[in-house]
Design a protein around this ligand. Structure first.
Ligand code: UGA
Length: 444
């Protein structure tokens, strides 16, 4: 197919929206990013990414310079600019509930639709409860002067933080949900927009709206389940003296199982997996299918238990946490990210501090975000400073620089030679041979 340059907008400039906007421009399209937050827009216009995402800044700058990428807060400008609109705003967890908070998604449609005077296609990318796309389609057509010529399709996003550019430009698959009751242009538009990606042989699954929404929810539920599975096994390993890392390698050789996402440790966090499994359960409940997903509650419980276990190990190492000095290496929910939303690392650090320890935290990229979320923790400028005088060193996010740590880096600065590896990312023998007490999760 011939790749065609199209004009499009992207609503939302968070991880998803900013990455999508920059990557669509990279494919040769003319893109207008839209957000209501003027400070984010100012940064993006200046070629700065408001969060840490390897490689994204280059793509952003290159495409701004080429004149293919701009940003605005004006919905009028957006409606005028293009007839293809991507929706990439957040769907966080509602306070005190499992369900997703749909206010950002709804407000984009409510504000944009009345301005659509020409036929338009809105592609939703956010993770939403099944049924949302259909509901938004009805709403958009009701509110828009273009009426029946407004189409809502769903095009879920599977990018991982830390690999966002690669995952967007070279995805494992593209999924598109279209309204089967209203044949429209969404599929042909998507084929043009993603022409270059499809030319690489990327699988393209075109389906109905509900299936496309459920594909995304199921994918994240499966990933969360895989992590909690190995973490549950790691509890049994702890009780029996077995090693979960060897076990994961061994079962992972079976291609039906696969080794990926079988890293036991303090579990999953971030802005997606935890809230997505809860929203999925809530939605299934609304649909009368709650029994189908009760296992996800156990997935959630196993995940939270690992955090508690980490705190217990720290307490055991110190005798009592009251008055202990605890060094925490890692605050981001995973390496190569500055995201601390529902971060297991910060949660553990906070729990330990609540039990009376002095906690000093170092993370290569997430210091600013950690400070805003947990202002009462002590933050250190580097590993040495965090570990100076520590009774125990905790590795809570497996950044490359922590994986590379050697006992000799810390020997002279810690008070007690105890390391607890919450991500099973160190080589136990190296530490033990150097006279350290090493503890991992699910490892003898
Ligand atoms: C996740 C999915 O992997 C993406 O496919 C999806 O698009 C995204 O959510 C989303 O819905 O937006 P992400 O949250 O960036 O991506 O991070 P993951 O790489 O999935 O890691 C999630 C958490 O699981 C991290 O806290 C990580 O430390 C933990 N994890 C991961 C483990 O504890 N063990 C593993 O083996 C793998």
């Amino acid at each position: 197919t011939e790749s065609i340059s199209r004009r499009m907008t992207v609503f939302g400039t968070g991880y998803l929206g900013a990455t999508h906007a920059a990557c669509m421009a990279e494919l040769g399209h003319e893109v207008l990013g839209v957000d209501v937050d003027p400070s984010k827009l100012a940064m993006l216009e200046a070629g700065e990414v408001p969060f840490y995402e390897p490689g994204l800044e280059e793509v952003l700058r290159r495409n701004i310079a080429a004149g293919r990428l701009r940003f605005t807060s004006s919905y009028e400008e957006a409606a005028e600019f293009a007839d293809i609109h991507f929706l990439g705003v957040g769907t966080p967890q509602k306070k005190g509930e499992f369900a997703a908070d749909m206010r950002f998604v709804d407000s984009v449609v409510d504000s944009l639709a009345p301005l659509l005077t020409r036929p338009a296609v809105i592609f939703g990318k956010s993770t939403v409860p099944v049924g949302t796309a259909e509901r938004l389609g009805v709403r958009a057509r009701e509110l828009s002067p273009a009426g029946q010529d407004v189409e809502v399709a769903w095009n879920p996003e599977f990018l991982r933080e830390g690999f966002a550019v690669k995952d967007t430009l070279h995805p494992d698959r593209l999924v598109l949900g279209v309204d089967r009751n209203r044949p429209g242009r969404a599929e042909s538009v998507a084929r043009e927009v993603y022409g270059k990606i499809l030319d690489e042989g990327t699988p393209f699954v075109v389906t109905d709206l509900a299936t496309s929404e459920l594909v995304k929810a199921s994918a994240n539920a499966f990933l969360a389940t895989k992590i909690s599975f190995i973490n549950a096994i790691s509890e049994v390993c702890e009780a029996s003296g077995a090693d979960v890392t060897v076990l994961a390698d061994a079962i992972g050789h079976d291609e039906r199982i696969g080794r990926k996402f079988l890293n036991a440790g303090i579990g999953f966090g971030g802005g997606c997996l935890p809230k997505d499994i809860r929203a999925f359960m809530a939605r299934a409940g609304e649909l009368g299918a709650d029994q189908a997903l009760t296992f996800l509650r156990e997935v959630d419980n196993i995940n939270m238990r690992r955090r508690t276990r980490m705190v217990e190990l720290a307490r055991e190492a110190c005798g009592s946490l009251l008055g202990a000095r605890v060094a925490v290496l890692g605050a981001a929910f995973k390496p190569d990210s500055d995201d601390v939303r529902d971060s297991p690392a910060l949660n553990v650090a906070g729990q330990i501090q609540l039990q009376g320890a002095a906690v000093s935290v170092y993370d290569p990229k997430a210091m600013g975000n950690s400070r805003s979320l947990f202002p009462t923790l002590t933050y250190s400028a580097n590993t040495e400073e965090a570990c100076a005088g520590a009774d125990v060193v905790l590795i809570l996010t497996e950044w490359a620089e922590f994986r590379k740590l050697l006992p000799s880096d810390l020997d002279d600065i810690v008070r007690k030679k105890v390391v607890i590896d919450g991500r099973n990312c160190l080589e136990p023998a190296i530490w033990r041979d150097a006279g350290w007490t090493y503890r991992g999760l699910g490892r003898p």
